[in-house]
Write a new protein. Structure first.
Length: 600
């Protein structure tokens, strides 16, 4: 093999101290003789170390062979060698434990191939350890992101920055991981350590949340659009209703007038539903008959559920009244019916029931009205049923539901002091029982009689009318003038300020939203000039619109559109003829309907 000889020195530990001189002379002679020759040398010691006093050190640092008298050869390991090997074994065990218990997968790559993979790497990728060995790591990475790895992990520079990338598992599923690479050149070879952590569930949750937020943003946009549309619709309804009132004395058109009035009432109800998209407030409550709400919605509900679903109604006679927001209750009904329909993808039956119940609470019993909506659908397991009122929770699949329908129902019922009980059997169907407190023995507010308007006639009081809609402006002026009031009108706040400087007005009637100012701002400016000025604000926007908080603090009465002529005259009379100024409350805020009320 290219060597001229083998030189071995042994048994020096057996030499007596007196013999070291002879040994050194011999050793020096051998060294000179073999100088420059290719010789394998075993267990040779530098001369400075070869003394009896240093033998222990030599034995401690080197392992050597001992030939016994019987000819057997025994290799003696030194203490230091044993310590080094034990330390290496300990280090390897620690590495094994750490790698096998690590939550993140990691692989060691040598010569562009995986030379080691831990248990977590198997779980994330779906490949066994044997399958991973000798694979190229880039084969695991999704084609969309391979460019990142090829540049950073196999090129000349290694990036330690964490990257979120997609990988392909053994069964061709896509998973998201956080991946980082680090490496160095060892013994002339590029060695790379790649660590990766599975974040697939987090990415899916983020995607769902993003889609939900996008849907919420769209709903907010629709809400703003609905609010503006509702404002314009209410203006036109106000005009129609008031003209009906003006011609109420002409009995020849009584039937037609009644039909138009009913159309106005239905349109007002639909408009309230439209405005729900832009309302975030406590419900505006009034006395209602739940059975009537259901009857009014029957035609619309039938169209919504489709032909493969049949709906039955079992409505209790003499059902107690409830104190509720009509639009809110209609939304509860619609949402529950739609939820029942969605639970029956292949058709089925919905049963709607109302009944009076008395809840025994010892000495004080509590009356409630129960609305039940039952379906013959798929039913729910307990773990699903416990989550149905959570925001954004849906079982309809991605993109098929907002997960907000039952959340809205739950919030509305709680705001009305009620509660919901759900019963469901897997494969048989679900029943939602909605309980609403029954109203105390209070009768519905009666419609205004044909002669009640006489109590609201004016005596020449001067009114400043500010309204940006020309039809509402002309109509309101006509109603007020024909009932004994003097009216100056304009369409902007700046014009109102000019008129106020030249006239002494008793009352300001202003739309809440004017082209150049808010109505309550104008009212405040005019009250600085005349502190006892009476103020009435009107609007077709939902009553939680900007400025309502200010109105409540300064006690500005509010009349929502559409309103009847008698509604307007009643408010004006209350303000001008000694009645206390009222804050907006449930008796005023809300769409009121009063038809066939004559105006002189």
């Amino acid at each position: 093999r290219g060597f001229d000889g083998l030189r071995a020195t042994g048994n020096t530990a057996w030499l007596d101290e007196k013999d070291w001189g002879s040994f050194l002379e011999y050793d020096t002679a051998i060294s000179k003789a073999t100088e420059g020759m290719p010789v394998i040398i075993l267990c040779t010691y530098s001369i400075p170390l070869c003394s009896a006093s240093h033998v222990i050190d030599v034995v401690n640092c080197h392992e050597f062979a001992i030939f016994n008298k019987d000819g057997r050869c025994e290799v003696i390991e030194t203490i230091q060698h044993q310590k080094t090997e034990q330390a290496l074994r300990d280090s390897e065990e620690k590495f094994r434990v750490l790698s096998e218990t690590a939550a993140c997968g990691f692989c060691i790559i040598e010569d562009d191939k995986i030379s080691y993979a831990n248990l977590a790497a198997e779980k994330v990728t779906g490949y066994s350890r044997d399958e991973l060995l000798n694979m190229k790591f880039w084969e695991l990475i999704h084609p969309e992101h391979r460019q990142f790895y090829e540049k950073d992990a196999t090129g000349g520079s290694i990036s330690a920055d964490k990257q979120e990338i997609k990988i392909l598992t053994k069964d061709n599923q896509v998973k998201w991981v956080i991946l980082s690479c680090g490496g160095d050149v060892i013994n002339g070879k590029q060695v790379v350590l790649v660590t990766f952590y599975d974040i697939t569930e987090r990415k899916i949750a983020e995607e769902i949340t993003q889609q939900q937020l996008y849907r919420v943003q769209k709903m907010e946009i629709v809400g703003k659009l609905a609010s503006g549309m509702a404002h314009e619709i209410n203006n036109q309804l106000t005009v129609i209703q008031a003209y009906l009132d003006l011609y109420a004395k002409d009995d020849s058109f009584g039937f037609i007038r009644s039909k138009i009035g009913q159309a106005v009432e239905k349109t007002s109800r639909l408009n309230r539903q439209l405005m729900l998209y832009s309302r975030h407030k406590e419900p505006t409550k009034d006395l209602h008959d739940l059975n009537k709400n259901l009857k009014d919605l029957q035609k619309m509900l039938k169209q919504m559920i489709g032909e493969d679903v049949t709906i039955y109604y079992h409505l209790a006679e003499n059902l107690w009244s409830i104190n509720a927001d009509a639009a809110n209750i209609e939304q509860v009904i619609v949402n529950l019916i739609l939820n029942a329909r969605d639970a029956m993808p292949h058709g089925g039956m919905i049963v709607v029931t109302t009944k009076n119940i008395v809840i025994d609470q010892g000495e004080h019993s509590k009356k409630a009205v129960c609305l039940s909506v039952s379906d013959t659908g798929t039913g729910m397991e307990d773990n699903i049923m416990s989550q149905i009122f959570n925001p954004f929770f849906t079982t309809k699949g991605l993109g098929k539901g907002t997960g907000l329908g039952l959340t809205v129902v739950d919030n509305i019922i709680k705001a009305h002091g009620g509660w919901i009980d759900v019963q469901s059997t897997l494969g048989k169907g679900t029943t939602f029982n909605v309980y609403l407190p029954a109203a105390d023995n209070i009768l519905f507010r009666s419609r205004v009689s044909s002669g009640e308007h006489r109590a609201y006639c004016g005596k020449g009081e001067k009114i400043l009318l500010v309204e940006d809609d020309p039809d509402v402006l002309d109509l309101t002026r006509m109603v007020l003038v024909e009932n004994g009031y003097r009216v100056s009108m304009c369409r902007r706040a700046s014009e109102a300020l000019e008129l106020f400087e030249k006239n002494d007005f008793d009352l300001l009637i202003s739309d809440l939203v004017l082209p150049d100012a808010r109505g309550f701002v104008l009212a405040g400016q005019l009250r600085e000039k005349k502190p006892d000025l009476k103020v009435l604000l009107v609007s077709g926007y939902s009553d939680n619109w900007i400025g309502m908080g200010k109105m409540l603090r300064q006690e500005y009465p509010f009349l929502p559109k559409p309103y009847t002529a008698v509604d307007l005259l009643r408010e004006v009379q209350q303000l001008l003829h000694g009645h206390s100024v009222r804050k907006p409350d449930s008796s005023i805020i809300g769409m009121k309907s009063c038809f066939n009320c004559p105006v002189v």
